[in-house]
Design a binder for this molecule. Structure first.
Ligand code: MF3
Ligand code: CO
Length: 262
């Protein structure tokens, strides 16, 4: 079942999304050489607490997971790309960090992710980061009323293939609203234009491309049951926004708060 959201409900999701954006920005600011992942989780916890928000990540236990998620952010370093745990690992110069964060405020949820390098950014990482962020932008741009979900998926897949990066259709985007993962729709990171659900105003989804630099699409899960990393050791990047399909086109809900357009 897909629940289309009203303008008021979308406004409530925008407020939750602003908390996510603030937490991600705080983590980005604090992420430096020598700083531990556990500390960055604490930074995000404080932003959520100050905003009166709770975490949809903390304690979450999907079918594949052997333990409830122990943090409020996923922190994935280098060849880890999704669901990295907030361990005592201390960041090193040149590490590529992906940060995924959610927040629930007044019963509505936002979910977003950013990736960046700590200290120096290699040319190869810069290319990977740019392509993945570009894929997110292309996916969002395709989310217009009347378009199909396959248009969003295809836009992402095309960017990955053009750049020669590994792409997997597991762990894609998802419906979001009252909960982080609504049962429908699933938003795969590759697909066919003109296929799938027709997008209507009020649809709210998270779009989240994750690319592996290696070009192989294989990944494995660590013994912790959560951390997803490339099998070939190549680095990965992940970007995500929660968006609403509106009459006027796609609207990003996980941006920093700004004055309302009237
Ligand atoms: N953005 C991720 C997703 O949609 C967040 C889930 S992480 C978890 O799957 F820790 F909450 F599982
Ligand atoms: Co998500």
């Amino acid at each position: 079942m897909i629940e289309l959201k009203t303008a008021d409900q979308i406004a409530a999701m925008r407020a939750a999304g602003a908390v996510v954006a603030e937490a991600l920005e705080a983590v980005r600011t604090k992420a430096a050489v020598g700083v531990s992942l556990a500390h960055l989780d604490q930074v995000a916890r404080e932003v959520l607490a100050r905003a009166g928000a709770t975490s949809p990540f903390l304690g979450y236990q999907p079918g594949f997971a052997p333990i409830p998620y122990p943090g409020v952010v996923c922190l994935s370093v280098n060849d880890a790309v999704l669901h990295g745990l907030p361990t005592r690992y201390r960041l090193r110069d040149g590490d590529l960090l992906s940060v995924d964060c959610g927040a629930t405020l007044d019963g509505w949820t936002g979910d977003a992710a950013i990736s960046f390098c700590v200290g120096h950014t290699s040319e190869a990482d810069r290319r990977l980061l740019e392509a993945t962020e570009h894929a997110l932008a292309a996916g969002i741009a395709a989310a217009r009323p009347g378009a199909h979900l396959g248009d969003v998926s295809a836009a992402i897949g095309e960017v990955a293939r053009a750049a020669g990066y590994g792409l997997h259709t597991d762990f894609g985007g998802h419906g979001i609203g009252r909960t982080m993962h609504e049962s429908a729709p699933h938003v795969p990171n590759d697909g066919r234009r003109g296929h799938g659900l027709r997008l209507r105003p009020g649809l709210t989804i998270a779009i989240e491309p994750w690319f592996l630099a290696g070009g192989l699409d294989a990944y494995r899960i660590d013994p912790d049951g959560w951390t997803l990393r490339s099998t070939d050791g190549s680095r990965g990047a992940h970007f995500e926004h929660t968006i609403a399909v509106t009459e006027g086109g796609p609207e990003i809900l996980t941006s920093r708060s700004r004055p309302h357009a009237s």
